[in-house]
Write a protein of this length. Sequence first.
Length: 269
Amino acid sequence: MDTTNSTSTPQTASRPGLKKRLSDFFATLYKIHLFIIRFFKEAFVPPFEFKELMIQCYQVGVRSFTLISLTGFIVGVIFTKQSRPSLSEFGATSWLPSLVSIAIMRALAPLVTALIAAGKVGSSIGAELGSMRVTEQIDAMEVSGTKPFKFLVVTRVLATTIAIPILATYTGFIAILGGYLNVATNEGTSYTTFMQQVFEPLTFVDFVSSLIKSIVFGFTIGIVGCYQGYNADKGTEGVGKAANGAVVTAMFLVFVEEVLIVQIAGWFR
């Protein structure tokens, strides 16, 4: 009789734990769903915080130019340098500009920009809003009659949605410039010839899919960072968790969205 009770107790104890995890998971999904719906409700309803939106666009876009420029240039140089030996084995080094343009414009430029933004911008948004939640500044804004969600969340999500596509386009051209310098140094290709070969294989679908990816990535980074910070736990530990959760979750979702959008874009090619 005692043996039966001792073997059944761990099983019954583990079931509530699993149920609690599942309930917490679906509760979190429901909260995220409500958070996104609230964003769309307040994003298109006046008053509009244009001044704060411009400030956030500056924070997200202009302050990331240096890092984006350096990273994009290095990506273009390294990708071109690593691709040359494989093409030279088949005597196809003349295809290098086309290969560089396809890889960068279709995948690397939006993805690299999104990953950098997730680490730099996403963590900053999560930590900033998390510290405001911990220090009860958001609660004070609600009590004073202002709309902290519109001022803090809507402006930041719109800023990332606007700035990330611009940064991704900039990254693509900087990466192509890095590829050109590498090709010109080794092959002696002129700038005009290189650019003709770069844009020749690209289609309208490539540009549209790259733009859509950048917009989706920007929205994801903004909404994840704001959600983590806006719903941060009390205490200083909550700020660190909000920043870390914003980066990890945004990067994971960016990779998932990359796979889905590439698959969908492939149907139109």
